[in-house]
Design a protein around this ligand. Structure first.
Ligand code: HEC
Length: 126
């Protein structure tokens, strides 16, 4: 092997390595970031829960299009499913529940914790 080729190979190997290392670093920082910043205390229906459901659920669950007979458009609607366990069962993908959002990305651990925290405080219209 001539020196030019071996130089190129070294560069490729090194850049591959540094990408792998920085990839790991990024992952762990992100994981740390998520646990540190998951705020489950200063949450409210209007600031936290409503936007979450509006983004991922209300498209299929509104008064004009109630998939499965479920609307999640108003606080009154959402409270029903918060109270009867269907909201948490579906977003946690628990056995015996339809996994929601249907066909979409499961909520993050932090979003699920925030929903649970709101349900635990009685699902108020705050
Ligand atoms: C793409 C459309 C779609 C999206 C988005 C969606 N759903 Fe559903 N949902 C459905 C359908 C369809 C059903 C009827 C049951 C089934 O087919 O699984 C349903 C049923 C439900 C039920 C009743 C389950 C039962 O066992 O009776 C709940 C509660 C529910 N969804 C909550 C949610 C929540 C919370 C979100 C957002 C995280 C969401 N859905 C997002 C389509 C959707």
């Amino acid at each position: 092997m001539n020196w030019k080729l071996s130089f190129v190979m070294t560069v490729i190997t090194l850049s591959g390595l540094s990408m792998a290392v920085s990839g790991c670093k990024w992952d762990s920082e992100e994981a740390l970031f998520n646990t540190v910043t998951c705020d489950t205390t200063s949450i409210s229906y209007s600031k936290t829960i409503k936007p979450m459901l509006a983004n991922s659920c209300v498209g299929c669950h509104n008064s004009g299009f109630e998939s499965g007979g479920v609307s999640l458009e108003t606080h009154k609607d959402v409270r029903v499913y918060a109270k009867n366990g269907l909201l948490m069962g579906t977003v946690r993908h628990e056995p015996g529940f339809s996994a929601m959002p249907k066909g979409g990305q499961k909520f993050s651990d932090c979003q699920i914790q925030q929903l649970q925290a709101w349900v635990n405080k009685g699902a108020p219209n705050d």
